[in-house]
Design a protein around this ligand. Structure first.
Ligand code: SF4
Length: 431
């Protein structure tokens, strides 16, 4: 895989990526190889020597990781910054996931970041020169109260504004948190970088600033469970504040929620002005779900209620406007695919995120399946989505990220610019 990638990427991304003239078919093949590399970098992470990383202005020119929800590195690292992400030569964006034992190593070579792969007893392979994601100007701003924007939201290159209204989850206190989740451990490790509860006014102020700057055209609101489960009141207040500040009736919002027992609550999210709703089921196999997600099982009406809530939400919001997610790697692949297929038939877009056994979770130091397992799963899920008529726009509207399934859609639809995959952008919300 990496050997082949090396052949097509002879120059770095700083001048627009690979300079070799590629046919459309050649570019597609190169991008699929890059996609395998991207997934491998998520599974195996990336290591570095501190003097190499220090050569790059992370946190000023290049965007640093922002830990408003989960730390996906192998270890917490409150005393130093890591880059948020980098571009591979043909344009795929890769989240930087630090693992000091990874065979991939980031090296500073002539002032440029380059990835090598180390193999026991052999010379390392030079994989590619990469380019760190630039730091958005918005991260230099503060709210009227003086809170840095980065304590409230993260900004995606596509125009997504990602808010975690609460960076703690009360399930932990009861020993009922999801076994793969490290939200509370992350909040504890990065106390100085975060605030526990963001007010609706803070969320609206940050979203409005991004909207006015022309770089915020979608709002994703998520967070851990708060005591009393008053999510609908909070999300309603956020929507009111956003509408008041922006003047928009439809601000392209996604509300990420736990399944309610009273389905009438789902209608209220629609009435509040959200375009999409997300209820992440996490695991499809019912028995494994109960073992891995004990708090969701206890406080959200049980597994059957969660699935029924997704089906109900698809009736209220419409096909392609409801999202779920399965943490891929905790159950057999066939079970996951059955879940994705079942939900797609009901109009729900169920993503599969490669399980990352992250620090502070109950499953810390476990292992996710091998890269080939995840690669195959992403392709099968993309096929299910396409067969069920979900569009790329719908994928971004309900998950404003660059998952490998988004990437497969962009490659198949040939969103090309020279030898690169173009960054997808949300259409502007301006009237
Ligand atoms: S509900 Fe589960 S996945 Fe969500 S924040 Fe709480 S513990 Fe984490």
């Amino acid at each position: 895989m990496v050997q082949a990638l090396r052949k097509v990427c002879e120059t770095g991304p700083e001048t627009g990526g690979c300079k070799k003239e590629l046919s459309r078919q050649g570019l597609k093949e190169a991008l699929y190889k890059e996609l395998e590399l991207k997934i491998d970098l998520a599974v195996q992470g990336i290591s570095f020597a501190p003097p190499d990383l220090k050569q790059f202005p992370i946190g000023t020119t290049y965007q640093e990781q922002i830990h408003i929800l989960f730390d996906m590195d192998k270890e917490h690292h409150a005393d130093f910054l890591l880059p948020a992400a980098f571009y591979l030569p043909h344009g795929l964006l890769v989240a930087f996931r630090w693992d000091s034992s990874s065979p991939y190593r980031l090296v500073a070579e002539g002032g440029k970041p380059v990835i090598y792969k180390y193999r026991y007893g052999k010379d390392p392979i030079r994989i590619a020169e990469v380019k760190f994601k630039n730091r958005p100007e918005l991260l230099s701003r503060k709210t009227a109260e003086g809170e840095p924007f980065g304590h409230i939201a993260a900004f995606t290159p596509e125009g997504g504004v990602f808010v975690s209204y609460s960076n703690e989850c009360f399930l932990k206190e009861r020993g009922e948190d999801c076994k793969f989740c490290n939200i509370n451990s992350t909040a504890g490790a990065y106390k100085g970088d975060n605030i526990f509860l963001k007010t609706p006014q803070q969320v609206a102020e940050v979203f409005n600033a991004a909207y006015q700057a022309g770089v915020g055209n979608q709002l994703n609101v998520t967070g851990g469970f708060i005591p009393e489960r008053r999510e609908i009141e909070y999300y309603g207040d956020v929507a009111d504040e956003v509408r008041a500040l922006t003047g928009l009736d439809d601000f392209n919002g996604t509300a990420v929620i736990g399944a309610p027992v009273d389905f009438g609550v789902i209608d209220k999210y629609k009435e509040a002005g959200y375009r999409n709703v997300a209820l992440n089921v996490e695991i499809w196999d019912k028995n494994i779900w109960q073992a891995i997600c004990p708090g969701k099982a206890r406080h959200c009406g049980g597994y059957d209620n969660w699935v029924a809530a997704l089906e109900y939400a698809a009736k209220v919001f419409g096909r392609g406007k409801v999202r779920s997610n399965i943490v891929a790697g905790l159950e057999p692949k066939q079970s996951i695919l059955e879940g994705v297929e079942y939900l797609a038939d009901k109009g729900v877009i169920n993503f599969v995120g490669a399980w990352c056994p992250n620090p502070g979770s109950e499953l810390e130091q476990h292992r996710t399946p091998e890269t080939a397992w995840h690669v195959d799963l992403y392709h099968k899920v993309a096929n299910i989505f396409r067969r069920n008529g979900f569009t790329l726009r719908e994928l971004y509207d309900c998950a404003a990220a660059n998952s490998p399934v988004h990437d497969i859609y962009r490659i198949e639809e040939e969103h090309f610019e020279g030898n690169r995959l173009k960054t997808w952008k949300f259409p502007t919300l301006r009237k």
